[in-house]
Design a protein around this ligand. Structure first.
Ligand SMILES: *Cc1c(COP(=O)(O)O)cnc(C)c1O
Length: 462
């Protein structure tokens, strides 16, 4: 299997180079040159498989000959060993033919564990092979950073740098990040939004200061971040439809990687009749699907903070697909977007996006009502992000006959304080930890300061 860049400069890479990378050399994102496609009979024959066996079927074509078969099998079975549910991601029924796919049984209780646990094992494997050092860099609003921290804690040869909005992290997350060993993990509070952090990370990868140190992104600009999500669609669709009956999905827009993975799963042959992109009132993706107007906007704080941003890096991979894998057209559009923060695609491309995708934006009072309603009807509390997805799924499903699966990305316990105020939480409400004063922070857009700090840390600690 070979990978090319969304910006079409003729880059060609194998799976190992894709794992050990930030962006492609031309500043684009890596995408597989072709997709494995399975027949309905093949897919239906997997309906009884345990999660790690299914993972192997879905992931191994993307790895190709880069990892020996037995080594890969072991690595995949090891990846989700620390999840606390035997089904890895069980389905909970919340209504008539309505389900929540619980993606929060990993070590940090969010769906980000799926990508992080797999990525850290792949990185450790390949770093061992090439005998090199790597710096794992990324931006976080909360969940991704925690998942990466947990996953890469013991990865030999790897250190981490994390950017986050100075005023944007929940105290629990910040406290957890601050317990990391500062020799291994460097924290960069940024005086700006999460979008500003992501922009700095992308620019850093295009202008990498550390010679001899491999840059790796822990956000899903890295292909592994997408790859790990594809299997989730297969798992749910096989449980509910045996791979024969079409299934619909509603995905709260906490990451476009999870949404885009549904598009890829469908192209691989999985019967999916619909993917609903559900947003809170930070509705950049809803505006894109609904009106073909995508723009980065100031984020409002909401009850579902993991969705409070507007810069979705995996949109670039989707646009590349919509434009028939035309790297030149994608490059022009993305450069225009980077300059002015706005994007519309051609009408034929937009119409083809609408074949699979719908979208819905939920406001704050609807989220509260939905949390309470679900508690009344099912006896269990769901977190507010999941409530956004469940409501969108019910409002916009195309077929009552197709099971509707909402991605449950975050454990309800993480929103215990809020759920308690809504009267739907009977467990303990953890005390908010104290966090100590922040280290000096980066001005937004100050790439030079970031490059200098990385150089200093690396020279000092190496
Ligand atoms: C999850 C995700 C985010 C949000 O980051 P968090 O740290 O989880 O808030 C942003 N971009 C991408 C591509 C993601 O997958």
């Amino acid at each position: 299997m070979h990978y090319v860049s969304t910006r079409g400069s003729g880059v060609r890479a194998d799976f190992r180079s894709v794992v050990l990378s930030g962006l492609a050399d031309d500043g684009g994102l890596y995408v597989p040159e072709s997709l494995p496609v399975f027949t309905p009979e093949q897919i239906a024959s997997w309906s009884w498989l345990p999660f790690d066996e299914l993972l192997w079927r879905v992931v191994s074509p993307y790895v190709g000959t880069s990892i020996d078969e037995n080594v890969l099998r072991e690595l995949l079975s090891d990846s989700y060993r620390h999840f606390n549910h035997r089904a890895i991601c069980p389905l909970q029924q919340i209504g008539h033919n309505e389900w929540v796919l619980q993606l929060f049984h990993g070590p940090t209780q969010s769906s980000k564990d799926f990508a992080a646990q797999l990525q850290s094992r792949l990185v450790a494997h390949f770093l061992g092979e090439v005998g090199a050092q790597a710096l794992i860099v990324g931006a976080t609003n909360g969940d991704t950073g925690l998942a990466a921290l947990e996953a890469f804690a013991d990865c030999p040869g790897a250190r981490m740098s994390m950017l986050y909005p100075r005023n944007g992290l929940p105290a629990e997350t910040l406290a957890a990040l601050q317990t990391a060993n500062p020799e291994q993990v460097q924290l960069f509070p940024v005086d700006g939004s999460f979008d500003d952090c992501q922009t700095l990370v992308s620019r850093l990868f295009r202008d990498w200061p550390l010679e001899g140190v491999i840059p790796i992104c822990f956000n899903s600009t890295n292909w592994v971040g997408v790859l790990a999500q594809i299997v989730l669609y297969f798992h749910a669709a096989l449980q509910l439809g045996g791979g024969i009956r079409p299934v619909g999905f509603s995905v709260p827009a906490a990451s476009f990687a999870e949404i885009y993975a549904g598009f890829i799963a469908q192209k691989m042959g999985l019967p999916i009749n619909q993917v609903i992109i559900s947003t809170n009132r930070n509705d950049a993706l809803h505006q894109f699907i609904h009106r073909n107007r995508y723009s980065t906007q100031v984020s409002n704080r909401t009850l579902s903070p993991s969705m409070d941003f507007s810069l979705f890096s995996n949109l670039e991979r989707f646009i590349w697909e919509l434009y028939g894998r035309d790297g030149g057209a994608t490059k022009t559009l993305m450069e225009h977007f980077e300059d002015c923060g706005e994007l519309s695609i051609g009408n034929p491309q937009w119409l083809s996006a609408r074949v699979l995708f719908d979208s819905y934006a939920v406001d704050e009072s609807q989220v509260r009502d939905e949390v309470i309603r679900l508690f009344r009807e099912t006896g269990s509390a769901v977190d507010p992000h999941t409530a956004v997805g469940a409501l969108a799924g019910r409002m916009h499903r195309r077929s009552l006959g197709a099971p509707m699966v909402t991605f449950g990305q975050i454990a309800p316990a993480k929103s215990a304080a809020l759920l308690a105020t809504l009267g739907v939480w009977q467990g303990e409400v953890p005390v908010v930890p104290e966090v100590h004063a922040m280290p000096p922070y980066l001005a937004k857009g100050d790439l030079e300061a970031l490059r200098r700090a990385l150089l200093l840390a690396w020279q000092g600690g190496a």
